[in-house]
Design a protein. Sequence first.
Length: 263
Amino acid sequence: MKLAFGLLVLFAALPQMFRAQQFCGTPIPEALWNSAFNTLVAQQQINNKTQAPLYTIPVIIHVIHGGQAVGTYPNLANAQLVSQIQTLNHDYSGTGFNNWNYPASAFSQWAATQSISATNTDALGRIKIADCQIQFCLATKDTLGNTLPEPGIDRINYVSKNWSNPSGITSYNAFKSFIDNTVKPQTIWNVKKYLNIWITDANLNAIGGLLGYATFPPLTGLQGLTSVGTASNDGFWCYSQAFGSSYFYPGGTYYSGYDKGRT
């Protein structure tokens, strides 16, 4: 189960890695790791011949702010935060933005010549858009079992924590060090039970345009992988204005061109 959860978290991170690469701080895995990971995926496919179960991943979003009222940037409105989870769920179920642009004859001839099972084609004979059987849900309980006033949301005032203002940090390395060594260790929830997400404001010009980065799940003894997540840093960070989707919540605060929840 730990391996399965790790693979799911990695699948969550991969789309962010290979999209808008210049704004992503997650290192690309080495070839050795990629080969070993593909072997693990193949083993999972062999061992799971029946219908894949639906995996549900509880999410906790740590919203770092400076005391602003809820809904005032960077203390984002609940609806903007929820819109990001909606986007993830649509994308991973194959019903996301632009799915209606799937060409009417896409792969239909190829599917016919390859004797593709009808369960894997739609009414037009096209290869079905994949449903990854992964669902993200906003956590309803904290680590002690208490009901959260806002499901999946942990609002943290950096002033009360005596932290620096994230937007005042003026270099890429200093910013990542602040997130990884100060913010994450002091706020992280049990990584075996929650997918941790941190969102903060940032001075994009000073940190090289960084919009987000993620850790990789640990695979014991595997070579070629950097930025492996630990109990004190596993999860991903995102620039607050690049979090959420104007498609679901047009009233949010968004970075131009990065308002669809796919930064």
